[in-house]
Design a protein around this ligand. Sequence first.
Ligand code: ADP
Ligand code: MG
Length: 238
Amino acid sequence: MSGIELANVSKSFDTTEVIRGVSLTVDKGELGVFVGPSGCGKSTLLRMIAGLEETTSGRISIGDRDVTRIEPAEREVAMVFQSYALYPHLSVFDNMAFSLRLARASKAQTRDMVQEAARILQLEEHLDKKPAQLSGGQRQRVAIGRAIVRQPKVFLFDEPLSNLDAELRVQMRLELARLHRRIGATMIYVTHDQVEAMTLADRIFVLRNGMVQQQGAPLELYNDPDNRFIGGFIGSPA
Ligand code: ADP
Ligand code: MG
């Protein structure tokens, strides 16, 4: 398992700088949350950590390794998105096994890893079903299962629950917290939802205009926001 460190990371699209000198650390086993309004750069930052977007400058490390110029597939990072396209013609089992097959894992190894992920995510009874036979929450769990079977060092979640209805979102939030406790992996969770941030995070990073405005444990930010924007955003009493 590894922590994540960003050192003075910036990103420009053409001439527009959307990430401006971000430095932060998420410790090994911690659940860090990036929170901030739409367009502040949360997804871009996450995509850079995953290697799906190049950095314009700065350094990204995972564990002891500088991964700034390393291919996504070599970073041992798994990303779960809001729109989790499952393969509709494949069973739940095969959806989860897909990346292991690509990695040429043995049949026995694949079965063990998929069953372990299914157990953690309470999908054991659904392994033979097709995605269309599942609820929204179950489908999202399959998407998370696909990430788990790869045994990544780091999990990155980009607003994974925002397509679910309110009740299911609460339920999935609890399940994600449970998952984090259970596998103890380093995770970064992106959301624009303050409640999600406050309840899930070990450490919150409040982003605004491509910069980290404040970071700290949820209660630190709530009790002692640096400014009105953060207080307002986190929901601190005025
Ligand atoms: P968030 O996830 O916080 O809503 P994003 O990281 O998606 O924000 O976007 C941050 C800024 O970067 C926005 O102004 C967005 O328009 C811009 N942006 C994101 N991706 C691209 C891209 N591929 N090309 C140009 N601009 C982009
Ligand atoms: Mg986004």
